[in-house]
Design a protein around this ligand. Structure first.
Ligand code: UDP
Length: 328
């Protein structure tokens, strides 16, 4: 199968390309490299273009004889969205409008869309099922929610079929250390804790230890990026086997606190994680944990690598040599 991976030079997109290639599919990456990395495109050609150019995307779909599309080319940093809402709406929403127009023009019908548990905002019920009201509390979540509404509308007419995959906390790196998380600036917990353990950039900020949770720090559901990749392949297969469009959570069902992640980082690296307790970060929900039943039933999905230790071991194996830090 020939898959256009929009945003395939980024963190999750590049791991999906690797997984596609490993099972014999061909990923063709379309990425403007505004955040992604050329060196992360290793499993097929790179079309260095912006998704908001309908003509260019339509041409790429036809020229590369594309069977299906996956979309990862979004702005994801919550704080940046609050400061620059228009940039988020432009890339995350107008980018998908453009992509859908191009797909219609080139008669490509299957889309796997990268969504997020941020569409639920502050959930009323845990674990979170797909029926939880979608009331996002930040610009990032709003843009993903609005795209899901658009996909519902467009697919109702029959041509498009989509899977919207609502990720919880993606983390880790490819087990062979080939690719991993390389955001700049990095805002995510696991790489930031590893960086602090490596003695780079000073102590990590732990944002809030007075939440209504067992140890006072936020609780998240961490899912290994290669597990996410497998779920994407399954979602694509379901669409191609004739499934109706669907939205599905991707998590493990197990909540891990920020403090527990710091403990696991200390245990894996054998180094302390210097950190300071800082004020709560705006827009952080106290607990986000996925209900996993739909992913299991619909995608036959069970995570293989998503325990905290494996996630951190893989992330550390990726980062340590790049930071010039010994793993002993
Ligand atoms: N966090 C933290 N310090 C950091 C990065 C994150 O304390 O340097 C906390 C953050 O407040 C949240 C959790 O770790 O409670 C997960 O944050 P992350 O940004 O990794 O993912 P999010 O849940 O926002 O998607």
């Amino acid at each position: 199968m020939r898959v256009l991976v929009v945003g395939g030079a980024g963190y999750i997109g590049s791991h999906i390309c690797k997984a596609l290639a490993e099972r014999g599919d061909t990923p063709i990456v379309l990425d403007n490299l505004s955040r992604g990395h050329r060196h992360a495109v290793q499993w097929g050609p790179l079309v260095e273009q912006d998704v908001r150019d309908v003509g260019v995307v339509s041409e790429a779909l036809t020229e590369h004889d594309i069977d299906a599309v996956m979309h990862f080319a979004a702005n994801i940093e919550v704080g940046e969205g609050q400061r620059e809402p228009l940039a988020f709406w432009d890339n995350n929403v107008a980018g998908v409008v453009s992509l859908l127009n191009a797909m219609e023009r080139s008669n490509v019908r299957h889309l796997v869309f990268s969504s997020t548990c941020a569409v639920y905002g502050e959930p009323q019920t845990l674990p979170i099922t797909e029926d939880e009201p979608r009331t996002p509390v930040n610009v990032y979540g709003q843009t993903k929610h609005v795209v899901e509404l658009m996909l519902e509308d467009v697919s109702r007419l029959g041509a498009l079929k989509y899977a919207a995959l609502r990720y919880f906390n993606a983390a880790g790196a490819s087990p062979d250390g080939e690719i991993g998380e390389e955001h700049d600036p990095e805002t995510h917990l696991v790489p930031n804790a590893l960086k602090a353990a490596a003695g780079l950039g000073g102590p990590m900020h732990l944002f809030g230890d007075d939440y209504d949770t067992p140890d006072g720090t936020c609780v998240r559901d961490f899912i290994h990026v290669m597990d996410l990749a497998q779920a994407h392949l399954r979602a694509l297969d379901r669409l191609r086997e004739g499934s109706a469009s669907f939205a599905c959570n991707l998590g493990t069902g197990t909540g891990i606190s920020v403090k527990e992640i710091l403990d696991a980082v200390e245990s894996v690296t054998g180094r302390p994680v210097p950190h300071t307790i800082s004020p709560r970060r705006a827009g952080d929900a106290a607990q986000l944990v996925s209900d996993t039943r739909l992913a299991r039933d619909l995608l036959d999905f069970t995570p293989a690598y998503s325990d905290a230790r494996t996630i951190i071991e893989h992330a550390w194996a990726f980062h340590a040599p790049r930071w010039g830090v010994s793993r002993d």
